[in-house]
Structures are given as C-alpha cells and as structure tokens.
Design a binder for this molecule. Structure first.
Ligand SMILES: [Zn+2]
Length: 188
C-alpha cells in the first residue's frame, strides 16, 4: 500500500474505533450521536449536549544511551529474539520528559539525565501517538521489572552494526519509530 493510502486507512481505522467505543456520553450517560462528518460526537440529551472529540493517547518511546552502548529490552510476547527501545504511556499531569525518565526507571532501574525530542509516529491502533526521544543514562546497573520486560541489556554500537537478525537477537521492524531511533544513533 502506498504512503498516502496507508495514512488514510490508519486515519479511518482510528476514527471508527473511537466511534465504536464512545457511543454514550461520558458526562450523563445518554446516547451520543456522530456530528460534523464524524469529527465529533454530541450528547443527545438537550440538557447536556456535551461535545466529545476523538482522543489520541500520547506514549513516549526512547533510546537510552551510555556512550557507545544503548539500552534495549524485550517483552515476552514479541517475536523470538526481538529487542526494542523502551516505551510507555504518559500519565495525566506529567511532562513528556518526566514520562521518559519514569518509564526507563520503572522498567530497568536506570536513571536518565538529558532527554531530547527526536520525532513522532502516529499509531492509531487504536489511538496512540508515539513520541520519540533520546536520553542519556546517568546510571548503568539494570534491574528489570519482570511484569514489563523479559530482558533488558546494554548493546554495543559495534555489535548492532555488525549483527544480522537471528533468533537470538533481532531489531524492531523497519517501519517503526523504535527502529528509526536506533538507526539514527548508529548513523545509518
Ligand atoms: Zn450528556
């Protein structure tokens, strides 16, 4: 599928999911009806009439580095050997930079210093946007949270540049922001 059609499909998929999950007003519980060509749902109770808009949930995704090494983890459910950057949802009232630091610390025990924005990738499956960052480690001892990750390790730049994907280690898929963060750090 070409880029333009792909983005239309992703948009439609995200909107349809939102409509399917927001059939009732979250304020008064009355049915909500699609309006403005589907870009808003309006409460049908005239005394309420609250407008509800499509939501997008921000998630941060980050490449943590320590000189010539970067931190990659893996979840049990991923394809064999696949490792990736850490990621997590932003909490209410939290800055993106704080979300990066908190997620890294929760999942691996690593403390990060400077956090820098890199780029973003919409992910309407069903309703997220991935906000990509790089972060410098201020500590290096890893303590994996087993509820979140199966494994997390430091990987040398030289290893990543030389390695071909196999069942022991593979990089995230090429169309992911995780891969873009890693490839940019590798200089490819
Ligand atoms: Zn209502």
């Amino acid at each position: 599928m070409d880029r333009h059609e792909g983005s239309l499909l992703a948009y439609a998929r995200g909107m349809m999911w939102w409509h399917a999950r927001h059939r009732f007003c979250g304020v008064c519980g009355s049915p909500a009806a699609s309006a403005d060509a589907g870009h808003v749902r309006r409460c049908t109770n005239p005394a309420c009439a609250t407008s509800h808009f499509p939501r997008t949930d921000p998630a941060v995704i980050m490449l943590v580095t320590d000189g010539e090494r970067c931190l990659l983890g893996r979840q049990r459910v991923w394809p064999k050997g696949q490792h990736s950057t850490l990621a997590g949802f932003v909490e209410p009232g939290e800055s993106l930079e704080d979300a990066v630091a908190r997620e890294v610390h929760e999942e691996t025990g690593i403390v990060v210093g400077e956090v820098r924005y890199h780029s973003s990738q919409p992910w309407p499956f069903p309703s997220s946007i991935m906000l990509g960052f790089t972060a410098e480690a201020r500590s290096t001892a890893i303590t994996v949270d087993p509820d979140e990750l199966e494994d997390a390790r430091w990987f040398e730049r030289g290893f990543l540049l030389a390695h071909q994907d196999d069942d022991e280690f593979r990089l995230p898929r090429r169309d992911s922001i995780a891969r873009r963060l890693i490839e940019d750090w590798l200089g490819r």
